[in-house]
Design a protein around this ligand. Structure first.
Ligand code: PLP
Length: 391
């Protein structure tokens, strides 16, 4: 008999009833150190008073109005994002997938309005993940995600991640945009080197092609900068955001330059919930906290301490770990055991980590993780590795 919840997930038998900062409390009272943050979502940790207060204050006043009316919370959040980034304009969504959808629509509409309606192709990369809608699975067509779901949305071309020569050869007068994660998350924490980011921008500038960064996982302070592309000193034309921006409230955004967004006039796109007062009040609190003086300095400092300790952990447990990679608090431990087995063994040490492709266990802690919690994380990772080595 089919379960009452559609069985599309394989779930661990853990029932969390409360969250406090970097800790999740199980029904039975066990306290788990959470190095996953709900997959890079709870950027400020669980039950952070900053977001709890933003949510409850707004909840007392007004939860929802339609985008038929002006929404001051949405205006304030858009202004804050425009102030802090390359972007001139923002559309709010409820999830990463919806941000991908609009990104695809926006770049196609751009070329249509420029009188090049055939310029529809979007180039993506192996190992990418952009969500689960029909456009998003066409953009990153792994077998498990696309098999049986055809016909796929046409107009996507996938190239090897990081192969600039292949990219140069693939961009034609049919290419609307290049869509890439500056750091692949689900694909196994692959960081696109700065010189590749710069070369991508150059190829786009030379050909007029639009550049879309999917910063749904690597953005919102995760790498120690507000957005990961800032490290390379290049900017996109369009950027997809979600996960961390709501701190746990379903919120996403598409940021764009005025030119890239120029085709999106009244009536061309919309969302019932996207940008509603509740979501935007929370999003504004998150953005303000992350952009506050010193916050990202703290993330960088703590992340480099964690990184250093992880190098030691890998060296101490060569039968389990191969390497640590990533940037800031977006880290991957490449394992010699199956990552799902490592994640499961972690549960016995009251530790939450997240598996990814390419034999990687992801560490995506809250940006508020403390020095003491870093030491605790290393301890628990080490105990998990020893547990697996002796099994
Ligand atoms: C999670 C994720 C998405 C999809 O976001 P949802 O909110 O699950 O729809 C898209 N791209 C990247 C890089 C992601 O990490």
């Amino acid at each position: 008999m089919i379960p009452s919840v559609l069985p599309t997930y394989s779930r661990a038998p853990l029932h969390f009833v409360k969250g406090e900062g970097s800790w999740l409390i199980e029904e039975d009272g066990r306290r788990f150190l959470d190095l996953g943050s709900g997959i890079a979502v709870a950027a400020l940790g669980h039950s952070n008073p900053i977001v709890v207060n933003a949510l409850t204050d707004q909840a007392q006043k007004l939860w929802h109005v339609s985008n038929l009316y002006e929404i001051p919370q949405q205006q304030a959040l858009a202004d804050a994002l425009v102030d802090a980034t390359f972007a001139d304009t923002v559309f709010f969504t409820n999830s990463g997938t919806e941000s991908t959808e609009l990104g695809v629509k926006m770049v196609r509409k751009y070329w249509y309005e420029k009188g090049q309606p055939d310029r529809v192709e979007i180039i993506t990369f192996t190992g990418a993940f952009h969500g689960r809608s029909s456009a998003a699975i066409a953009a990153a067509p792994t077998e498990k995600m696309v098999k049986g779901f055809g016909p796929l949305l046409p107009g996507f071309k996938q190239l090897p991640f990081g192969d600039l020569d292949a990219l140069k050869a693939a961009v034609t007068d049919k290419t609307a945009a290049i869509l890439i994660e500056p750091i692949q998350g689900e694909g196994g924490i692959h960081v696109l080197p700065d010189d590749h980011m710069k070369a991508l921008r150059q190829i786009c500038d030379d050909t007029g092609t639009l550049l879309i960064f999917d910063e749904i996982q690597c953005g919102m302070g995760r790498t120690g900068r507000l957005f990961a592309h800032e490290w390379a000193g290049v900017t996109p034309d369009v950027m997809l955001v979600a996960k961390g921006i709501g701190g746990g409230f379903p919120l996403g955004a598409v940021l764009a330059t005025e030119d890239a967004a120029s085709g999106m006039v009244a009536g061309t796109h919309g969302s019932t919930y996207g940008g509603n007062p509740l979501g935007c009040a929370v999003g504004l609190a998150v953005v303000r906290a992350i952009t506050e003086d010193g916050f990202l300095d703290g993330v960088r400092r703590k992340a480099s301490a964690l990184r250093q300790k992880l190098e030691g952990l890998v060296a101490d447990n060569p039968e389990i770990f191969e390497e640590v990679r990533g940037q800031g608090f977006m880290l991957g431990l490449r394992t010699k055991v199956a990552p799902v087995d490592f994640v499961k063994a972690g549960y016995a040490e009251e530790l939450i980590t997240v598996p990814a492709a390419d034999n990687v266990v992801r560490l995506l802690p809250a940006l508020t993780l403390s020095e003491d919690e870093i030491a605790e994380a290393i301890d628990r990772l080490d105990r998990t590795a020893k547990r697996m080595a002796s099994a």
